[in-house]
Design a binder for this molecule. Structure first.
Ligand code: NAD
Length: 327
């Protein structure tokens, strides 16, 4: 594509993605499916890569999430809460492995985790007590949702040890609770939630904690924000440590010594993705060694030591986007 044409297309894609981001991250009411969104983002990334002179620092391709809602107190994250790069097939996972192997010394092993489709939160514990909970927001500043998170039964208000810790996890709505909630909404003549992810996010971003308390939300914790401070040297150690402290981690997490083991895990879950009682939209693959993670570092939007493999689409894509996109 010529540069002039590419500039027009890039502008159109940015405009669309900005609008979809706002509906998804700020209003918790997506306008298009995730597959459509991902396809547009991929197109934007490819065009920006082919025309680097058209790259800008405010493009949705380098920005995380959405702005925090004004109604909430703001929380600045000590360590940014970033997004994840995507892989859509085996080759892209192998490419990720090659980049990782090329960037670090020594043997590399990975951890595979289910990618829970919910809302990322940060939980701060001081002296073992839960003192603050926040959304990811734009990655640097999130919303203070402490009172709503206190209503989530699986978030301990006190850990088993009096430690200072920042924990990251995904709050989600189990499938059964989501179906029941939408039945109730429809019976009351209200619009149903589009999916469990939006229901969870919409429930947590309410000013009245009584609403979150009724929603039967749950959490899986998947990282420690300040792992060096906690003396952790590997990701699988961090997961065990969180579990020992009384935090809920996902029982399907698996330490995979090689990329072949990663692919076996991924392929098994493509088959059995609907076998769990909550929505998952892929598999997150993370380099296990914290020292190697530090060496690999981050881009503006995501860590170089992790990637999200996204499951293939299950539904037929609508033609809405193609109509909106004709430029
Ligand atoms: P992402 O959802 O692809 O990946 C990052 C997130 O994964 C983390 O923030 C965390 O919340 C989550 N996660 C779940 N399990 C995890 C685990 N075990 N370890 C680590 N993280 C885990 O990226 P994103 O920036 O949150 O959102 C972008 C995605 O959201 C898009 O790819 C698209 O699928 C969707 N989206 C959809 C629309 C829409 O209109 N449909 C709009 C914007 C974004």
């Amino acid at each position: 594509m010529k540069q002039k044409e590419a500039a027009v297309r890039i502008e159109k894609l940015r405009e669309l993605l900005e609008s979809y981001n706002y509906h998804y991250h700020v209003l918790d009411a997506p306008k298009v499916s995730d597959d459509e969104y991902d396809a547009l983002m991929r197109e934007l990334l490819e065009l920006e890569q082919a025309h680097p002179q058209l790259q800008t620092s405010d493009s949705p391709s380098v920005r995380v999430g959405g702005a925090p809602l004004e109604q909430f107190e703001k929380v600045a994250h000590d360590t940014p809460m970033l997004s994840l790069g995507n892989a859509f097939n085996e080759q892209e996972l192998r490419d990720f492995d090659r980049r990782v192997q090329g960037g670090v010394e020594g043997e590399v092993s990975y951890n595979c985790e289910l990618k829970i489709d919910g809302l990322a939160v940060s939980l701060t514990y001081e002296d073992g007590r839960f003192v603050r909970g926040a959304t990811r927001g734009d990655g640097r500043v999130g919303e203070d949702i402490t009172n709503n998170l206190k209503t989530v039964g699986s978030i301990p208000l006190r850990l088993n040890e009096p430690v200072d810790l920042e924990v990251r996890g995904e709050v989600f709505m189990p499938q059964g609770s989501f179906e029941k909630l939408n039945e109730e909404k429809e019976a009351a003549g209200e619009a149903p939630f589009a999916n469990p992810r939006n229901a969870a996010a919409g429930s947590l971003r309410q000013l009245d904690p009584k609403i979150a308390a009724q929603r039967n939300l749950d959490i899986f914790c998947y990282a420690i924000g300040n792992d060096e401070a906690a003396g952790i040297t590997s990701h699988h150690e961090a997961l065990t440590y969180m579990k020992d402290l009384g935090l809920k981690t996902n029982p399907e997490n698996k330490h995979c010594p090689t990329i072949e083991d990663v692919l076996t895990y991924v392929n098994a879950w493509v088959e059995k993705r609907s076998g769990v009682q909550y929505e998952i939209d892929g598999i997150v693959v993370k380099v296990d060694s914290i020292a190697q993670q530090k060496t690999l570092g981050f881009t503006a939007k995501s860590p170089r030591w992790a990637i999200a493999y996204k499951f293939p689409a299950e539904e037929v894509v609508t033609t809405l986007t193609h109509i909106e996109l004709s430029v």
